[in-house]
Design a protein around this ligand. Structure first.
Ligand code: PGA
Length: 241
């Protein structure tokens, strides 16, 4: 695990985006795992800027998002598809048929999980998985608990996660109670993980995930098992390391 600590959040975004841009430029036919949440937003802005400046193209990149809310279709303003569209897709040259996000509105969600796993299996290892961490230690929507799932599955969102994510919804009640998420096994299969966290409120969970025991009560701690994690932190989130 390579931990890089920067003075400002902007420096974190810049440094993480440089790794992604350089990797794509070295191998245009690239498989990129994407994450939602505030952590990668600044990096997505940097990627969009780099595209506009002609420094990178996503024309041959295929993307795979970690998760999606159950019950929100692509057109829903609070779906993760809409989030990705707002922060990245509409600003760059991704091909529509190269974008994969679990379908949280599939008639049969179990079949949808299988379909997503088969897709990931068929495509082989993702070249980079972008990742943040929840305050409760979740990665993707793999919530803390007694057990973790390797593959894509339906998850009951914790009240904590729903409260945190209510910032994106008009009210807490409107935050979906379930999501479809890639499992820990799929996340750990990526060749490289580009992990981003910022802000003092993340300092406890960063300490727990990176220096504590590997434990399903902190799903992020499983990142300690991955051979190639680049961690981008600002000084606030890194202050307990
Ligand atoms: P955040 O969310 O980037 O908005 O903090 C991270 C997560 O919940 O995985």
């Amino acid at each position: 695990m390579n931990i890089h600590i920067y003075q400002s959040e902007q420096d974190v975004d810049q440094a993480a985006s440089e790794v992604v841009i350089q990797s794509i430029n070295n191998m245009p036919s690239f498989k990129l795992g994407l994450a939602t949440g505030q952590s990668p937003v600044g990096m997505y802005a940097q990627l969009s800027k780099a595209y506009k400046e002609g420094l990178v193209s996503f024309d041959q990149v295929t993307s795979y998002n970690l998760d999606e809310y159950v019950g929100l279709d692509r057109g829903h303003p609070h779906s993760f598809y809409a989030f990705m569209d707002q922060h990245l897709f509409q600003h760059v040259d991704f091909r529509e048929n190269h974008i994969y996000i679990p379908n949280g509105c599939a008639d049969n969600l179990h079949d949808e999980c299988k379909r997503y796993d088969q897709l990931l299996e068929r495509e082989g290892q993702l070249d980079i998985q972008i990742l943040g961490i929840g305050l409760n230690g979740h990665i993707g929507f793999n919530e803390p608990g007694e057990t973790l799932h390797a593959g894509t599955h339906i998850v009951e969102l914790s009240e904590h996660t729903r409260k945190v994510n209510s910032q994106y919804f008009p009210s807490f009640e409107q935050v979906p109670t379930k999501a479809v998420t890639m499992g820990i096994g799929s996340i750990l299969k990526a060749k490289k993980i580009v992990f981003i966290a910022k802000g003092e409120q993340k300092s406890e969970v960063i300490k727990k995930a990176f220096t504590g025991p590997i434990n399903p009560l902190c799903p992020g701690s499983f990142l300690q098992l991955h051979p190639n994690v680049e961690v981008f932190l600002d000084e606030d989130s890194a202050k307990l390391l």
